[in-house]
Design a protein around this ligand. Structure first.
Ligand SMILES: *Cc1c(COP(=O)(O)O)cnc(C)c1O
Length: 395
């Protein structure tokens, strides 16, 4: 019931709203992706690279001091320990293998904060494929270290110069490129967004997170079903992967957190569930933030990875069907949660992941509950923000 139908709809959400010129590309991918993903040869290479290249399985760590603080049992799923520092590599490894299987030589991607661009440039270097990453010029200036990483990895980073010169504009450029190069190019999307089959494909590639959680929790506690799973939601890929194998088990409460920025009433927010309405973005029907004229509004969050005006269609459906709950978390709450995890467990999380941790303070747990929080990435890239907010340079 949580899989999309053959047209890519989860209830009213999803689908493939694309220009006519892209229909052959999307149709080819739709016709091939499941067969390739489920083939023995794909599974063998994918799992080999996940283990020996990405470093999986990522640990499920019992956070003892944090558990004591919240009077429950808190487990951290350590996606921050993957190569390149987040869950994003799970997806790019899978899609690069798919692209190779489909005979594509050239990879394009768009990136906002640069994390997906780096994960894409990484697998292109690994496979020796040409890589072009579109990035808004404003983002290129804000995320200069990731631009340098992509270039060192051999990718060409092309600035998007239209609009606000951020993620949305980079997406438009990538789609234009794909239309111009329909036969030799693979468009590697970084979250559970975009036209069908991308949301389903990316969810399947990130599902390794919940498959490992099940097995690891069983080994450590004797039961494979936690009481809660918490994850942050930008486009929604780490959350989709963390929820995936628990969707059919209603006893597991699924909690997603979205970036409220300065607050859901402030106008300075990226909380597309709390503030958005139904509309089409990036080729699919979902919740998105728009003004009275249906123009997509510019999102804001302290966390570049959550700074997206839409949300994957699976999450829109999980929200409407009440299978998952989505909580808004402000910049200030996320910063507090980042410092708390750091001081209690010695783990500096990414600002995105701190949004998931902040939900701990908003829920009431029983002492017997098993609570899993996905730490989607590490905080190295956010040290500049942490230094400013926690005044780490003063003494
Ligand atoms: C990109 C990113 C996210 C947000 O993307 P999702 O598709 O929602 O998972 C969250 N955390 C980290 C560390 C990221 O790099």
């Amino acid at each position: 019931m949580f899989h999309p139908n053959e047209k890519g709809f989860y209830g009213a959400y999803g689908g493939a709203y694309i220009p006519e010129m892209l229909i052959p590309n999307i149709e080819e991918l739709r016709g091939k992706y499941l067969r390739i993903l489920e083939s023995d040869s794909f599974q063998k290479t994918y799992h080999h690279l996940l283990s020996d290249y990405a470093g999986r399985p990522s640990p499920l760590f019992k956070a003892e001091r944090m558990s004591q603080h919240y009077q429950t049992n808190i487990w951290l799923k350590r996606e921050d320990l993957n190569h390149t520092g987040s869950h994003k590599l799970n997806n790019t490894i899978g899609q690069i293998l798919l692209a190779k299987e489909m005979g594509r030589r050239r990879i394009i991607a768009e990136t906002g904060a640069g994390q997906h661009g780096v994960a894409t440039a990484t697998v292109c270097a690994l496979m020796g494929l040409e890589c072009v990453v579109y990035m808004g010029q404003t983002d290129m200036e804000r995320q200069a270290p990731n631009v340098a990483r992509m270039r060192m990895l051999g990718a060409e980073v092309r600035p998007a110069l239209s609009g606000n010169r951020t993620l949305k504009d980079a997406t438009n450029e990538a789609l234009r490129d794909w239309i111009a190069h329909p036969t030799d190019t693979f468009y590697l999307i970084g979250s559970v967004v975009g036209p069908h089959p991308y949301p389903d494909m990316v969810a399947r590639l990130q599902a390794v997170i919940s498959s490992e959680i099940k097995q690891q929790l069983k080994e450590k506690t004797g039961t494979e079903l936690p009481d809660y799973v918490l994850a942050c939601v930008g486009g929604g890929s780490n959350a989709a992967g963390s929820f995936y194998h628990f969707l059919e088990h209603p006893s597991v409460q699924l909690i997603g957190t979205e970036a409220a920025g300065m607050g859901v009433e402030s106008g300075e927010t990226a909380a597309s569930m709390a503030c958005g309405e139904k509309g089409i973005i990036h080729g699919s029907m979902t919740y998105l933030m728009q003004d009275g004229d249906g123009q997509i509004t510019e999102p804001y969050s302290i966390s570049a990875g959550l700074d997206y005006p839409g949300i994957g269609p699976l999450h829109a459906f999980l929200k409407d069907s009440h299978r998952a709950t989505y909580l808004p978390v402000t910049d200030a709450e996320a910063l507090d949660a980042a410092l708390e995890l750091t001081r209690l467990e010695g783990i500096i999380p990414a600002l995105e992941s701190a949004h998931a941790l902040a939900a701990l303070g908003k829920l009431r747990f029983k002492p017997t509950d098993q609570v899993v929080v996905t730490v989607s990435g590490r905080g190295d890239k956010d040290m500049k923000t942490y230094m400013e907010h926690f005044k780490l340079t003063e003494k």
